[in-house]
Design a protein around this ligand. Structure first.
Ligand SMILES: Nc1ncnc2c1ncn2[C@@H]1O[C@H](COP(=O)(O)OP(=O)(O)OP(=O)(O)O)[C@@H](O)[C@H]1O
Ligand SMILES: [Mg+2]
Length: 320
């Protein structure tokens, strides 16, 4: 069992500002409730989720200006250890509004702010100088402008040197480029998997072959394809397993993917089997859908869903 810390990397974080309004009407002045603020960004969510599961991850992220300071404080308030890289540009603010008369959520995402080459170098140096060396590095989220598209593949090289397992949860060209460097685990949804294998669309019965192609090409060791309400497919060189999502009443699916990555990696870091880790990932992802907004999972929901998955697996693995 690896002993170093689990490190998450968020290079394009956001300060998420949420409020409610009765009705969205064009031209009118819309009177919103007092806003609430939350830390946003893939890797930050993964760190929060691992912390909730009982781990002590280190969240590495960029911060700029007063919005960045607020973001930093919010992450620290969660009890998560942080390492930050300061940027000249202010951290972006995303804006979420709930229309209370309809229950519709509107989520406005602002573009990431431009990073300077010195700032990108500072992130690389921070990773290179980690002491003790990490056991896992999880990079999640998009790249802001100014960051080279092969940034995650540079991080992959650092992870290799440090003996850390590297996981990327992203999309598009930056994900494809990262996978060229050989990753430990990928958790694409079907759209991201299609991008990785270079096709427009994948049918359900093509998913395991597509995932296996990534492994054969040496792009990663393990692929967990997440499929929303249909659960996930675990693919390794010699194993394919479908893990169904337990029956839940989804309220908001925001943060499901990040919760899933957290569940998988936390469980693996505890020396448990890959199958158990992916079940835990599904339990965390599905539990996250039971809460409103970007609220992650509750531990009691994770335990209940994990029990359901263990019972399901016992009943059906005997017949497979
Ligand atoms: N509607 C749902 N019902 C039950 N479980 C769900 C639902 N949506 C997501 N999940 C759970 O969360 C996991 C990850 O969700 P999903 O496949 O939507 O990931 P994603 O596309 O990466 O999401 P994100 O938008 O958070 O990046 C699923 O494998 C499943 O366990
Ligand atoms: Mg995702």
């Amino acid at each position: 069992m690896a002993t170093g810390p689990i490190v998450t990397l968020t290079i394009n974080p956001a300060l998420d500002k949420s409020s409610n309004v009765d009705r969205i009407v064009p031209e009118n002045k819309l009177r919103c409730d007092k806003p609430t603020f939350e830390a946003g960004g893939g890797g930050i969510n993964v760190a929060k989720a691992i912390h909730r599961l009982g781990g002590n991850p280190i969240a590495i992220f960029t911060i700029g200006g007063p919005t960045g300071q607020r973001l930093h404080k919010l992450v620290k308030n969660e009890g998560v250890e942080t390492m930050v890289i300061e940027t000249k540009q202010w951290t972006r603010e995303n804006f979420h509004i709930l229309e209370t008369s309809t229950g519709f959520q509107y989520r406005f995402g602002m573009p990431g702010t431009e990073m300077m080459p010195t700032e990108v170098r500072a992130i690389i140096e921070t990773l290179e100088e980690l002491d003790p060396k990490p056991s896992y590095i999880i990079a999640s989220g998009s790249l802001p402008p100014g960051v080279p598209i092969d940034f995650y593949s540079k991080v992959a090289q650092i992870a290799h040197k440090q003996g850390a397992r590297f996981i990327v949860d992203g999309s598009g060209e930056s994900l494809r480029s990262a996978s060229e460097s050989g990753l430990f685990l990928l958790k694409p949804n079907i759209t991201e998997l299609s991008q990785l294998v270079g096709v427009d669309k994948l049918e359900m019965d093509e998913v395991d072959d597509a995932a296996r192609a990534l492994i054969i090409r040496g792009q990663c060791e393990i692929v967990v394809v997440s499929m929303g309400a249909m659960g996930a497919i675990l693919v390794t060189e010699d194993q394919v397993e479908h893990i169904p999502a337990p029956p839940v009443q989804p309220v908001s699916t925001v943060g499901a993917g990040d919760s899933m990555v957290a569940g998988i990696i936390w469980t693996l870091s505890q020396g448990k089997s890959l199958r158990e880790a992916v079940r835990m990932g599904v339990a965390c992802g599905s539990a996250a859908t039971m809460n409103a907004g970007s609220e992650l999972f509750k531990m009691q929901d994770v335990s209940k869903l994990m029990d359901w998955l263990n019972r399901y697996s016992k009943r059906y693995s005997a017949t497979m």
